[in-house]
Design a protein around this ligand. Structure first.
Ligand code: ADP
Ligand code: MG
Length: 745
């Protein structure tokens, strides 16, 4: 109480005043503060040390990812109520949407019927009283204590001559004795678990008192260049602004800092890769790739040609390639990837293709085998032992690529289909295999390469920084060149953050002769349309997919619903052969169904499939929908995608509308980002983006570009940031374990 009185007396309670040293702290000041607190230091101090947060509360915060005082200071208000813009109750125009602030005079609850509870409160300011009504929100009764200051937001109506708000949003500003709401702007911090906005506000206030002034570690020239405000002031202003105009510059500064830290980590990582890793300087002028490309029944699109030459530039130099290859499903990434691998293979190196699942690995194997066969690069089949001691690429005078598939359940090779797993492992270690296709298990288990020179990874999503480190460790002496393929179009905003240490190539052109897949939305009532179309297309010799969603996060449930739907459709489409695939099938069974489905085995491609029906389509993410749609219409016949859904959420509806509106994957990706928000777009993958607490990479794109340029410039001039030790500490402290390895020397 003493403290609060004292604070009331200060003009701005947050500016450290002469009396600060008299304040009673739970923990001695010096325990986490010498003279000036740094964020790195504050990231080591637990929230339990903050007055008001000991015990259960700090545990609740931890669950929400707020572990340290530094985290706490980044829990910024979700909004502000500006009390200087007064809306006296008496002057509110009927029908307008406003926030009124007043004192709770009375609260009551009645139950006119079973299942109906009506809560009424009367709120008064100096000018008038307004009535607020809520239905069945019984928690309001205890939330609205008599005498408390509250802010009600909603539409004002006139009811029997009196002012009324129906179900307004409520922000309890504080109990009357509270001091922090006397300023002109009241910050509304989000509650965290059981910890209410009021408690958060007071705790953050306490934390600021003990932490300020907060040291600024960003080089002053950058602050000046972007006209940013001082960091210490920014923390004060974002939590307790004097005027609402103070919030913008404060947020801008903190967002810049956050992005700057992320980009610094990426810059250091990239620099490390460039400086320290020894890679292979591949020869790219040999004839093998030319021969391979000439063997194809088509010529490369100009996008494919451009991307391949970007890759060749990387291959030629000695430091390892880290390149992201983006392109829509069907844009022809595989041909480019195989060309990349062949450059290495021609020089005597081995190549690997890693896929996220066994099914995809199998499909890649079949696709690559087909491509090699078309180009006349398949070896003649040989009996056991025939390969020993021979150079696999030229062992019969003609160049031939020894290709193998290795997954948990399958081992096979194009030179020896009946090879056992043990034999294949031996061949890989002896250098008898030129190119291995498999899952990520290739780098995780006991697979020893003779000389891995180029690795292609399909789908970055499950291949994060940690896997890249593993890959590096696979190769004893040299680090292989790495090409990461993804069919998920990644907006530039994300490729600058998530993949900030990668170079990016984009195949932005589809092979000629593809008609875009027509997309139609059907309600569940209209699903018959879909089955009719399937029957019609199949009568003309085409094939179709029906995809049902994973209703719960359980493979068992997925299997059950796919099985049930399979049964239903088998009945509905009695004349057709309906196959079934789901996550619980054994790999061998999956392969069997897929090869039944493929008239000709051409890997991932089923050019004959023209219809994609997606049930409960609103439950899929936008990029997933787009990927599924890409599976049809890949041959000469136009494809159709039918989305069956009765969307129950606005988001779901938005996704479906976007799907119907465009076939452009990049536009859909941007849309996805806008609908879902950056935190969820890429799910649980490890990334810098999920660590962003303040920045919104769409909204703050300009700051992102600025921070990136500054960070990369700084690292160029000072590769180990020797002149910025505090900055290094801060990046480590704030980004945590995920960047720790960057700075080990
Ligand atoms: P992605 O891996 O990007 O999904 P693929 O490499 O599997 O795409 O190619 C899709 C299909 O397009 C394959 O059937 C492939 O043979 C074919 N294709 C690839 N490049 C071309 C091209 N330049 N012209 C015509 N067809 C192509
Ligand atoms: Mg290289």
């Amino acid at each position: 109480m003493e403290l609060e009185k004292k604070l009331n007396g200060l003009v701005n309670p947050l500016r450290p005043g002469p009396n600060d040293n008299n304040l009673a702290y739970q923990v001695p000041l010096h325990s986490y503060r010498a003279r000036m607190a740094s964020l790195s230091r504050l990231s080591e101090v637990g929230t339990a040390e903050v007055k008001g947060l000991a015990g259960k509360r700090s545990q609740a915060l931890s669950k929400a990812g707020i572990h340290s005082v530094a985290d706490l200071l980044h829990h910024v208000p979700r909004r502000y109520i500006d009390r200087s813009v007064k809306s006296p109750i008496a002057q509110i125009p009927i029908g307008s949407e406003v926030t009124v602030i007043g004192e709770v005079r009375s609260v009551s609850m009645r139950r006119p019927r079973r299942n109906l509870a009506i809560i009424e409160a009367r709120i008064a300011d100096e000018s008038a009283t307004i009535k607020a009504v809520w239905f069945n929100q019984t928690f309001r009764k205890s939330q609205l204590r008599e005498g408390a200051q509250v802010a009600l937001s909603g539409v004002v109506e006139s009811f029997r001559g009196a002012l009324q708000m129906k179900s307004p949003a409520v922000d309890v500003l504080d109990s009357p004795s509270e001091s922090l709401i006397t300023g002109r702007v009241v910050p509304i911090h989000g509650s965290v678990g059981e910890v209410s906005p009021g408690i958060m506000r007071r705790a953050i206030h306490n934390a600021l008192l003990r932490s300020r002034p907060i040291e600024d570690t960003v080089p002053p020239q950058f602050i000046k260049r972007h006209e940013l405000i001082d960091r210490d002031q920014a923390f004060g202003d974002i939590h307790f602004p004097e005027t609402i105009e103070d919030v913008g510059p404060a947020r801008e500064r903190l967002v810049y800092d956050e992005l700057f830290r992320l980009e610094l980590a990426l810059a250091v990582q990239k620099r490390k890769q460039m400086m320290e890793a020894t890679g292979v300087a591949h020869e790219v002028s040999g004839g093998l790739v030319r021969r391979f490309l000439q063997g194809l029944p088509y010529s490369l699109t100009s996008a494919q040609t451009r991307v391949l030459s970007e890759i060749e530039t990387d291959l030629k130099v000695a430091h390892p390639m880290h390149r992201l290859l983006q392109g829509e499903v069907g844009s022809g990434k595989t041909v480019v990837a195989v060309s990349t691998l062949l450059h290495g293979i021609e020089g005597g190196w081995q190549g690997a293709i890693m896929a996220p699942t066994e099914v995809l690995a199998g499909q890649h194997y079949l696709g690559v085998r087909q491509l090699l066969a078309e180009a006349g690069l398949s070896p003649g089949l040989q009996g056991a032992g025939a390969q020993m001691g021979m150079d696999s690429l030229f062992d019969s005078g003609e160049p031939a690529v020894h290709l193998a598939l290795l997954t948990g359940s399958v081992a096979t090779a194009n030179y020896r289909p009946d090879i056992t797993k043990a034999e294949l492992l031996e061949d890989i270690a002896a250098g008898q295999v030129d190119l291995v296709v498999g899952t990520h298990a290739l780098i995780q288990e006991g697979v020893h390469f003779h000389s891995l020179g180029v690795a292609v990874v399909d789908e970055q999503h499950r291949f994060g920084v940690a896997q890249r480190v593993q890959l590096r460790e696979k190769a004893d002496l040299v680090e292989p060149d790495l090409l990461i393929m993804t069919a998920t179009p990644i907006p530039r905003t994300l490729s600058m953050t998530l993949y900030g240490d990668l170079d990016v190539s984009v195949i932005d052109e589809m092979p000629p002769g593809r008609t875009p897949v027509g997309t139609t939305l059907l309600s569940k009532m209209e699903e018959g349309t879909a089955w009719n179309l399937i029957e019609k297309e199949i009568a003309q010799g085409r094939q179709a997919f029906v995809v049902c969603p994973l209703v719960e996060d359980s493979p068992k449930v997925e299997a059950a619903s796919a099985v049930a739907e399979h049964k239903r459709l088998s009945g509905l489409l009695a004349d057709l052969r309906v196959g079934l695939i789901h996550g619980q099938l054994r790999s061998a069974d999956k392969e069997a169904v897929m090869s039944d489905f493929r008239a000709v085995e051409v890997g991932i491609d089923i050019p004959n499939a023209t219809v994609m029906v997606i049930e409960d389509a609103d439950r899929f993410g936008l990029s997933q929908l787009h990927q599924l749609r890409g599976r049809v219409g890949r041959g000469e016949h136009a494809g159709t995608c039918l989305l069956i859904a009765d969307a129950t959420t606005e988001e779901g509806e938005g996704r479906l509308a976007a799907m119907v509106a465009t076939n452009d994957g990049f536009r859909l990706a941007e849309e996805d980002l806008a609908i879902r928000g950056q935190g969820t777009v890429f799910g649980t993958r490890q990334s810098g983006v999920k660590d962003l607490k303040l920045a919104d990479i769409l909204e703050d794109f300009e700051l992102l570009v600025a921070a990136r340029r500054d960070a990369f410039g700084l690292v160029d001039a000072d590769p180990h940031l020797d002149n910025h030790p505090e900055l290094v500490k801060e990046v480590k402290g704030m980004l945590g374990d995920s960047v720790e390895w960057l700075f080990v020397s």
